[in-house]
Design a protein around this ligand. Structure first.
Ligand code: FES
Ligand code: FES
Length: 164
């Protein structure tokens, strides 16, 4: 028996950006691989193999989760939001708009993870202090910006979202 014959697939059902997705997956498949390779949603990035960088952050049932630290089978039954789900009808989410307006990105590799971590923060704490923002982003690494404009972007998004 070869390896592929011995691998049993497991059925999972998840909601991703509001759409129900049913797939058969290998038990060892990481959630980030499921999102990128099975579903083709490549906005979620992989920036390390040590669970350190946060580029893979998505929202699972309301919590920011590093999707390289979770198996796809563990997400069975969950509601997942990826960066592709932020925009609505061609209109950027206030966080995306604020990152754009405040130069909160350079190469953009970390940005999907930054956006999703920030989204979770603002859901819990609509008016965060700079300390709150820094604490939330402790697990998200950016090698370009020096973080100042990311923090400004999140503050601007928080203001914009409170005005809505
Ligand atoms: S890919 Fe770096 S923390 Fe997940
Ligand atoms: S903008 Fe390049 S890693 Fe953050």
């Amino acid at each position: 028996m070869n390896m592929s014959e011995s691998t049993q697939l497991v059925p999972i059902t998840v909601s991703v950006n509001g759409k129900t997705c049913q797939r058969q997956v290998e038990p060892r498949l990481l959630l980030v691989e499921f999102i990128r390779e099975t579903l083709g949603l490549t906005g979620t990035h992989i920036g390390c193999d040590t669970s350190f960088c946060g580029a893979c952050t998505v929202i699972v049932d309301g919590d920011a989760v590093k999707s390289c630290t979770m198996l796809a089978v563990q997400a069975d039954g969950s509601e997942i939001l990826t960066v592709e789900g932020l925009e609505r009808d061609g209109v950027l989410h206030p966080l995306q708009q604020a990152f754009s307006s405040n130069h909160g990105l350079q190469c953009g590799y970390c940005t999907p993870g930054m956006l999703m971590s920030s989204l979770a923060l603002l859901a819990d704490n609509p008016n965060p202090t700079r300390k709150d923002i820094r604490k939330q982003l402790a697990g998200n690494i950016c090698r370009c910006t020096g973080y100042q404009n990311i923090i400004k972007s999140i503050e601007a998004a928080a203001s914009a979202m409170q005005e809505d």
